[in-house]
Design a protein around this ligand. Sequence first.
Ligand SMILES: [Zn+2]
Ligand SMILES: [Zn+2]
Length: 367
Amino acid sequence: MKKIDVGRIIPSREECGCGLPHEKTLREVVIGRSIIDDLTRFLDALNVKHSVVVFYDKITYKIAGEKITRLVDGLGFEVVKPTFKEAEDKTILAKDAQTIVAVGGGTVIDVAKYVAYKRAVPLITIPTALSHDGIVSPIVSLFSEKGRTSIVTKSPVFSLIDLEIVSTAPTILFSSGFGDLLAKVVSIKDWQLGRDETGERYCYTAEKYTMNAVEMIVDCLKTGQAYDYEKLAEALVYSGISMMIAGSSRPASGSEHLFSHYLDMYSPRKAPHGIQCALGTIPTSLYHEMYNSNWWKNKDYSWRSLKKYMETARIPLSLRELGIPVEIAVQALIHSPSIRPEKLTILHKRRPTEEEALQLLKETELI
Ligand SMILES: [Zn+2]
Ligand SMILES: [Zn+2]
């Protein structure tokens, strides 16, 4: 079993000097096989005793939710829709909760994270897939009338990643996890644009954790090990930690994530989050290579290398195969900066024309 003693590895805000929050809500993460059986022991160590509310959905209830609800002798709530409205309803239901346990993928974790934040109680996450880096991040992404909205809440205090449980997830979700991490090669460079051109606060500790995560999975993918789930889990945790340090999604979400958000809003068909972010990473990394003199000099992070790693991670990269219309992808490259106008990215700095956007997709062979 691997144990990450998070509280000990993060320097304080003063030590770092970046001016960003350097939250330390997340204390510990454990990663291993069949460690769910030790859940009560972990909860004892965290001093969690009663009034535990477990969140799950239909699928994750069968995978682990039922067992966990029994283990902690807790009350269970099913998550049906990933909306703020539902999260508000659950906040009312969970009024006596002393601790909230989220058993699931993105949606369940997001709803539970929001409820825990609203009720100001500690959260524990037990992922059932390694598809994104929200497992320990403080970011919640839910639907409202305005579309998908992200807000900053609190990270969980503890996360238990049982490799036996996550290994039951469909392969495409692992590919999504790799995609969400490879996307950081672009997000960090977009954040640096904000630092250099608008004086935005920047944290080298957060950058270190994000890039550690990227290096870990690039090492795996370079040697063809797309199935090292322990490394993938650890890397997703490090990326989540970087967001907790920065107090925002900035280290982990740049123009490539805006591309994915645009698809969430306008594409008739959607792919898992990390797959869409991977799709966005390829044209935006080429665009950085063309117009950002501060782009990575390391050839490992060229758009061609990134695309190769994605293929090893079995990320589907054809728009047609994914059912995403070319016009929507072109519009995403041009208009997605309007989703978050205040955070500079390469697409804000130099908005591509329709012709240029189309050319980026052609050159990278996404179409
Ligand atoms: Zn993401
Ligand atoms: Zn810092």
